[in-house]
Design a protein around this ligand. Structure first.
Ligand code: NAD
Ligand code: TYD
Length: 363
């Protein structure tokens, strides 16, 4: 008799990290079933999943994680052809700090209320069940707030979020913790540093800089460009989530990062130089750099101590930054249609308001 297949629900699987995870997972585990549950906000894009959309073990449901009734029906096995999930990787979120500064409301709704709905659903359907049930809550190092020039975030660092985005993620982390302590549900939290790689929406620093260079538009660097981020290639993050799913201990938090700190201005210069070499133009991209009004509450530095996931789960990043960033730049060069599509319509309105009106950038 065949064993019951593992049924994984991924929320937010049409976004940047989620879609990289889904593509990797579908290929790696062909006998598992994966349900991608995504409402497709501006950041969700089914184009990201073309490669695997016809796979037999893949299902897509377009819906909001706050839709309690639909989730209840899914977990009751009432949707034809879709088995009830025994695992969840929860990516779905509003994820951009600058947008949270403009309007926090959708961050509260999706990141906090949406997470609570998911937790209630698994409380109802997984209590007393074993069957290798796991819920991975994909969180961020930003919940720890900002570091000074020294030190690293460990899992014991204080939760001290500074932006409405990170406050909403911290709130969801605390809810997850409370549902573990109170109901003993099989929950794990991961907190990763900044990701980069193919399919990232060009509102985040690295793809925004690549896109603006391609269009010879100004490259907006907030403040003096002295802020530091710890960059990790997206597929390394996806692999870390996979090992936590398999080897992580319930009730635990795992930090994920690659010891790869860069000042913003250095990373912008690096991408300018890389594209100076790759684009056959008689033009120096660094002349496009423009220092603009700083982000309010801008965290100075993030840096992750990832010893715990390395020691407990045997995970270390595989991509050197120099290789990962080149692969990323090449991907954007090879996908002009993707870039064009995602930067039309509502993206233009966001860009106008955030950079042209708020930060005094030239068109
Ligand atoms: P993203 O913004 O690219 O994608 C978010 C996805 O969630 C989109 O597909 C969107 O349609 C979907 N979504 C949003 N609201 C939803 C809702 N109410 N119901 C269903 N689906 C909804 O985000 P990302 O960069 O891929 O980040 C994924 C997760 O990883 C987030 O939880 C984020 O906090 C976390 N994270 C991101 C980074 C990073 O550098 N991008 C680093 C650490 C952690
Ligand atoms: P971002 O990609 O938005 O990620 P996060 O704020 O979650 O770290 O920004 C990365 C860094 O780059 C952050 O310090 C803000 C800065 N930044 C700019 O200088 N200019 C930009 O246009 C953007 C989007 C970010």
């Amino acid at each position: 008799m065949n064993e019951k297949p593992n049924v994984l629900m991924v929320t937010g699987g049409a976004g940047f990290i989620g879609s990289n995870f889904v593509r990797q997972y579908i290929k790696k585990y062909p006998s598992d079933i994966l349900i991608n549950f995504d409402v497709l906000t501006y950041a969700g894009n089914l184009e990201n999943l073309k490669e695997i959309e016809n796979s037999e073990n893949y299902h897509f449901i377009r819906a909001d994680i706050s839709d309690r009734n639909l989730l209840d029906r899914i977990f009751n096995g009432m949707i034809p052809d879709i088995p009830a999930p025994n695992q969840i990787v929860h990516f779905a979120a509003e994820s951009h700090v600058d947008r949270s500064i403009q309007d926090c409301t959708p961050f509260i709704q999706t990141n906090i209320v949406g997470t609570q709905v998911l937790l209630d659903i698994i409380r109802k359907h997984w209590t007393g069940r074993d069957e290798n049930c796991r819920f991975i809550h994909v969180s961020t190092d930003e919940v720890y707030g900002s570091l000074g020039k020294e030190g690293f975030f460990t899992e014991q660092s204080q939760i001290k979020p500074n932006s409405p985005y990170s406050a909403s993620k911290a709130s969801s982390d605390l809810l997850v913790r409370s549902y573990f302590k109170t109901y003993g549900l099989p929950l794990i939290i991961t907190r990763c540093s900044n990701n980069y790689g193919p399919y990232q929406f060009p509102e985040k620093l690295i793809p925004l800089i690549i896109n603006n260079i391609l269009q010879k538009k100004e490259l907006p660097v907030y403040g003096k460009g002295e802020n530091i981020r710890d960059w990790l290639f997206v597929l390394d993050h996806c692999e870390a989530i996979d090992v936590v799913l398999k080897k992580g201990k319930v009730g635990q938090v795992y930090n994920i990062g690659g010891h790869n700190e860069w000042k913003n201005i250095d990373i912008v210069n690096y991408i300018c130089e890389l594209l100076n070499k790759k684009l056959n133009r008689d033009f120096d991209n660094t002349t496009l750099i423009k220092f603009v009004t700083d982000r309010p509450g801008h965290d100075l530095r993030y840096a992750i101590d990832a010893t715990k996931i390395e020691e407990e789960c045997g995970w270390v990043p595989k991509h050197r930054f120099e290789d990962g960033i080149e692969e990323t730049v090449d991907w954007y060069l090879e996908h002009p249609d993707w870039l064009k599509k995602v930067t039309s319509g509502v993206y233009k309105e966001y860009y106008e308001k955030h950079y042209i009106a708020d930060r005094n950038i030239r068109r």
